[in-house]
Design a protein around this ligand. Structure first.
Ligand code: MG
Length: 315
C-alpha cells in the first residue's frame, strides 16, 4: 500500500475577511490548523503550527510518538511567540495531524478540526472534538440536535499554543486500499453534515480535488460562517497506476481588509454566527479569475513588445 491521490482546498468562507486556517500537505505528513486569538494572532498561530510541521520540528522514528512530538514542538513554538509578543498573547490553534507510514495512519489532534475515514461507502469520524459542545454531548447533557445549533459550538476546550505543554490525543488506524482520509476545519463540519460530506465524496471519488471544491462550495452555500479547509489523501495498492497529485491549492487568494479591526477575529466565543450580512458573496473561482487577469496582462505585454519591435524596424 502507498499514498494515492492528494487534494487540498482552503477558503475564507463568506463572513471572515481573513483565512486563519492553515494546512500542511507534505506527504506522508498532512495537517489542518484553525487559529484563534485577537487581531491577527489566530493567523500567526495556525501558520506557526504548520511551519513547525513542515520543517519536521521534531525528527523521530515515526509512530504516534513522533506525531505527539511534532504537536508538542508546534505548541512550544506558538507559546514562545505569544509569550514574547504582547499582541499575540493568548493566541492558539487547533491541529489535526496525519502521518502515513507502512500502511498505518498515525493521527494526533488538539481542538475541533477533524479527521474522517471514508471506507466502503461509510464515513467515520476518527477524532473526538475537544470542544465544550462535544463534551456536553458525550456526557449526555446535550442531544445531537441541540449540539448542532448550540451558540457555543465553536468553543474549544483544548488548544495548541496557549500553555507550555499540550495534551494531544494520538492513535493509529490500519489503512486499507481505497481508504479516503479527510482532515478538515470546523468551517466545513458546522455547515455540512456527515451524510452530505459522504455523498459529495462518493459523487467525485475519481477526482478528490473536485470533491474538495464541492465541499467548500457546500459550506459557503450553507452560510460560510467560518474559514473552510479540506485536505484529502487516499491509500492505493502498491501496483496502482500513479495518480497525479494535485498541488496545494488556495482558493481564493487571501484578501487583505483595508481597515484593521477585530471584527472578524477569533475569541473564546469565536464562531458564534453574527447577524451581520455577509461582507461579500461567495467567490468560488476567484483564484482562477486572478490567473486569467495575469494571462491577459501577459498577452498585452507581449503585444506591446511586438508593436515596439515592428515600430523600431519601420523607423
Ligand atoms: Mg474554524
Amino acid at each position: 500500500m502507498r499514498l494515492g491521490e492528494v487534494a487540498s482546498v482552503t477558503d475564507p468562507g463568506r463572513r471572515r475577511r481573513r483565512n486563519e486556517d492553515a494546512y500542511v500537505v507534505r506527504p506522508p505528513l498532512f495537517a489542518v490548523a484553525d487559529g484563534m486569538g485577537g487581531a491577527r494572532a489566530g493567523e500567526i498561530a495556525s501558520r506557526l503550527a504548520a511551519e513547525a510541521l513542515r520543517e519536521g520540528a521534531a525528527p523521530g522514528n515515526g509512530g504516534e510518538e513522533q506525531v505527539g512530538a511534532l504537536i508538542q514542538a508546534a505548541n512550544q513554538r506558538i507559546f514562545e511567540r505569544s509569550s514574547a509578543d504582547e499582541t499575540a498573547s493568548g493566541m492558539g490553534t487547533t491541529i489535526t495531524v496525519a502521518l502515513v507510514e507502512d500502511g498505518i495512519v498515525r493521527i494526533g489532534h488538539v481542538g475541533d478540526s477533524r479527521a474522517y475515514l471514508i471506507r466502503g461507502a461509510k464515513l467515520e469520524q476518527l477524532t473526538e472534538d475537544h470542544s465544550l459542545v462535544a463534551e456536553l454531548l458525550r456526557s449526555g447533557k446535550l442531544s445531537p440536535e441541540e449540539a448542532e445549533t448550540h451558540p457555543q459550538r465553536s468553543v474549544i476546550t483544548r488548544a495548541l499554543g496557549t500553555d507550555p505543554d499540550v495534551d494531544a490525543d494520538t492513535f493509529s488506524v490500519e489503512a486499507h486500499e481505497g481508504d479516503v482520509f479527510l482532515l478538515c476545519s470546523d468551517g466545513l463540519t458546522t455547515m455540512v453534515d456527515d451524510e452530505e460530506i459522504l455523498r459529495t465524496i462518493e459523487a467525485s471519488s475519481d477526482d478528490l480535488e473536485r470533491a474538495a471544491r464541492e465541499l467548500v462550495a457546500l459550506a459557503n452555500r450553507g452560510g460560510g460562517e467560518d474559514n473552510i479547509t479540506v485536505v484529502f489523501f487516499t491509500i492505493a495498492a502498491d501496483d496502482a497506476p500513479d495518480v497525479e497529485s494535485t498541488a496545494e491549492l488556495t482558493l481564493p487568494a487571501e484578501v487583505e481588509a483595508a481597515e484593521e479591526d477585530d471584527e472578524d477575529t477569533l475569541t473564546e466565543l469565536d464562531g458564534i454566527p453574527t447577524l451581520q450580512p455577509a461582507a461579500e458573496p461567495p467567490a468560488p473561482g476567484r483564484g482562477r479569475s486572478v490567473l486569467w487577469a495575469a494571462l491577459v496582462a501577459l498577452l498585452l505585454l507581449l503585444l506591446a513588445a511586438a508593436v515596439l519591435v515592428v515600430w523600431q524596424y519601420l523607423l
